[in-house]
Design a protein around this ligand. Structure first.
Ligand SMILES: [Zn+2]
Ligand SMILES: [Zn+2]
Length: 321
């Protein structure tokens, strides 16, 4: 992939105005960079509606669950519906924006099943209802149907792009109290290494854009150095990154995506797909993406590996998920 932020072609974030408002992608990273967002949406997508559905299926405390449901309502992913007045009882229904997150969950699920073998939790197969097979969906170009791989999708910044705007804003910082980290970290630790923190996903995205050295991550993304160091270590521990010592510069090392890390491409790309749909910017796209195989502007879709049909949200059986 050519980089959206060819580090040599873009101004380091440090050199830019620090007060830049996050663009749609930055907002999306902030929203997903919370350890509970995806877990709560997964429960909702598999039919959970009531407070007790979420509480019973997640190791989450009352304070954290209430706060996160409220946040998902304010972000427009869930809608609170009062179904009984006295005593008041409500349920949380997915909005179109919330339910359209399913390709991301499906991409994550596929990645977990492929790469995370030492599960202390189950990741049962997902069935494609259209053909009846257990599927392992493939990420493809929706113009030509060809495979979408890191090397076949070129990226450049659009009018709303830039690293300074594509990182989560400071206001999305997780409060230290009620973060619930110790509760959620036992759940999908590999996925949570990528999404359980507001910096992690953007660090992985930067790696797909060709950023490799500590000081470049620091210059483009401007995370607190201690946080960057901690996230890079966590990504190496999960074998998403590997630290490679450069032969010609013994004092330099690089962080490179492993095969397991590169296989996160559909996951990160579906984040961009979703972000463009729901957090579009008036001045134009954050990223311009081109599928080099067909030359069309790139938009992704998940395709069933058995019947080769594009998968749609209502055609997957998530009841075991
Ligand atoms: Zn194509
Ligand atoms: Zn199928």
């Amino acid at each position: 992939m050519t980089s959206p932020a060819d580090p040599t072609a873009a101004q380091p974030r440090a050199a830019q105005a620090r007060a830049a408002q996050p663009n749609g992608l930055g907002v999306t990273f902030g929203l997903l960079g919370d350890e509970w967002t995806l877990l709560l949406l997964r429960v909702a997508l598999s039919g959970g509606k009531r407070y007790s559905d979420f509480r019973d299926r997640l190791p989450i405390s009352h304070a954290v669950l209430s706060g996160r449901l409220e946040r998902l309502v304010s972000e427009g992913l869930l809608e609170r519906h009062v179904y009984q007045v006295r005593p008041e009882r409500s349920e949380y229904l997915l909005t179109p924006k919330g339910s359209s997150i399913w390709p991301l969950l499906l991409a994550i699920w596929t990645w977990e099943r492929r790469w995370v073998t030492s599960h202390s939790y189950a990741t049962p197969p997902i069935r494609h209802l259209t053909c009846g097979n257990e599927m392992s969906p493939e990420y493809c170009c929706n113009a030509c149907g060809g495979a979408a791989l890191p090397e076949s999708v070129t990226l450049s910044w659009g009018p709303a792009g830039g690293w300074d705007r594509s990182t989560p804003g400071a206001h999305t910082r997780r409060r230290a109290a009620h973060s619930g980290r110790s509760e959620s970290s036992a759940f999908y630790p590999d996925t949570m290494t990528v999404f359980g923190n507001r910096w992690s996903a953007v660090i992985v995205a930067a790696a797909f854009a060709g950023v490799r050295r500590f000081r470049d991550f620091e210059a483009f993304l401007s995370p607190p150095p201690i946080v960057l160091s901690e996230r890079l270590t966590a990504l190496c521990t999960r074998e998403i990154f590997e630290q490679v010592q450069l032969v010609d510069r013994s004092d330099w090392s690089e962080y490179r995506l492993t095969r397991k890390g590169s296989d996160l491409f559909p996951v990160l790309a579906t984040v961009v797909d979703w972000s463009e749909r729901w957090h579009s910017e008036p001045e134009g796209p954050v990223l311009r993406r081109t599928h080099t195989t067909c030359g069309a502007e790139f938009r992704g879709m998940l395709v069933c590996d058995h019947c080769h049909a594009a998968v749609r949200g209502h055609e997957i059986d998530l009841s075991n998920a």
